[in-house]
Design a protein around this ligand. Sequence first.
Ligand code: C2O
Ligand code: CU
Length: 458
Amino acid sequence: MHRVFAQALTWTSLAACGPSPLPPPRLVSGPPAAADLDPDPHRVVFELVASTTTVQQYGETPSEIWTYNGQLPGPTLQARVGDEVTIHFTNDLPEPTTIHWHGLRISDAMDGVPAIQQAVRPGETFTYRFSPPEPGTFWYHPHVRAHEQVERGLHGAFVVHPREEPEGVGERVFVVDDVQLNADGSLAEFTLDSEHVTQSHGRVGTQLLVNGQLDPPMAPASPSTSERWRVVNVSNASSMRVTVRGGLARVIARDGGLLETPLDLDVVDLPVGGRVDFEVRGVAGEALALEVEAGKHAVGKPSVVAAGVPWNVSTTSWATWPDAPAVQVSSPQQELALTFGRAGGGTDRTWTVNGNEWGEHTPIPLNADVPTRIRVVDESSAPHPFHLHGQFFRVVSRNGVLTDDKAAYDTVMLGPDEEVELFTTLDNPGRWMAHCHILAHAERGMMTELVVQPLERN
Ligand code: C2O
Ligand code: CU
C-alpha cells in the first residue's frame, strides 16, 4: 500500500536506506538491553516472554511480580530508524495481555490495543513486526488491564537510534516509577474495583524506583564527553519531577525526539507516560545525580530518590545534535474537541471522554494529513495525562495562553479544569486510542478512539 503525503513538513520521517548502520551507542547504564537475535545489520529480532516472577525486589517480604524476560523493568529494546524489527512475544501470565509500543508511530495493526488485536491468551504467542519511523525514547507496556499489569512490572524502555549519532556520547536509561507497597515491603493488593481512593486518584505509589530499584547501580561516566540521559515515567498515576543535580544539563529531546533547539533546563515535570532526554556534563568535584520526586499534580509524596552517577572530571563541551526542525503550526482545517469528565461516586467512580465511558464511545472520524486542532478540556477537576496513539502533536496553548513550546509530544499533562490546545498533522492513518494515562482512569472509562482516514489515493 502506498501512502500519499499532502504536507511538505510533517512528522513523516526520512528513514530507510543510507549507509550501513553503526553499532548502537554505548548504554552506560540502565535496564540491561535485550539481545538482537538477527545478525543482519538492518534487522532486529527480540524475544519477549511475560511471566510471573517472585522477587525480593522491594523489601524483606517477597512479592509476586510480572516481568518481561524475568527483568524489572523489562529489557531495554534498541533499534535504529528504518530497521525491520520483529518481536516474538510469549504470554506465560495467568491472563491475556498485549504489548503496546508507546510513542512509536507504526501501523495500528501492531499497536497492541484490544480494539484491533485479539489479546494474547496464556500460553500463546504473537509476533509484532514494524519499522520505527523516527528516533527517540519510547516505551512498551500491556494495553489490557494495564492498571494492574503495568504496576506488577510489565514495562520497559524502547530506544530508537538515528542512523548517525554524535561520537562517543554515552547513554543512560532511567525508568522512573512508583509502586504501592504494604508496610512489610510487599506489593499492595489491587483494589480498583472496590476502593474510592484508587478510583479517584489512580494507584499512587508509596515508594519511588529508578530502573526498578531504590538505589540503582550506575557505571562511571567516561571523562571527556557529555552523556544523553533518557528518562521515562512509567508510573501508574504520578507525574514525576526529574532534576539533574551537580552537573550541567540541558533538555535535548521530548516524546517525539530531538528539539529544534536544546533548552537550558535541568528540571522537568514528566507526566505519566512522558519522556525527556537530558544532555549532561560533569563538573569536577561535584556529585552528579538524577533526582526523582513526585511531580506537579501527583497525589502521593513518597520520599525523593537520587540515582548517583560517578563522574569526577569536568566535561568541556556539549555534543552537536542533528538538525530537527519543529513542525510549524498552521491554520487548522479540522477540529477535534475532547472533554474529560467524571461520573458516579463512592466506590463506583467512573471517568468519561465526551460524556461516554470506553465501550459506549463512538470512534471519531478524522482525515489524515490535514492540519488539525485538538482541544482537550477537563471538566472533572482532576489532572489527566492525555495520550494519543500513533501521532505526535505540539502544545499550542494552555487556558488560551500561547506556549513557546516547539517540542513534539504524544503525552501531555492536562491540569484540573484546564484546557489545552494541541496541533497535529495526523499523518499516520489508522484507528488510534486517545486516553488518560492514569491507568485507573483509563480502566474505568477514560479512553476513546480516533479513526484517521487516509487521503484518496490512486
Ligand atoms: Cu502508554 Cu495507550 O498507552
Ligand atoms: Cu485521568
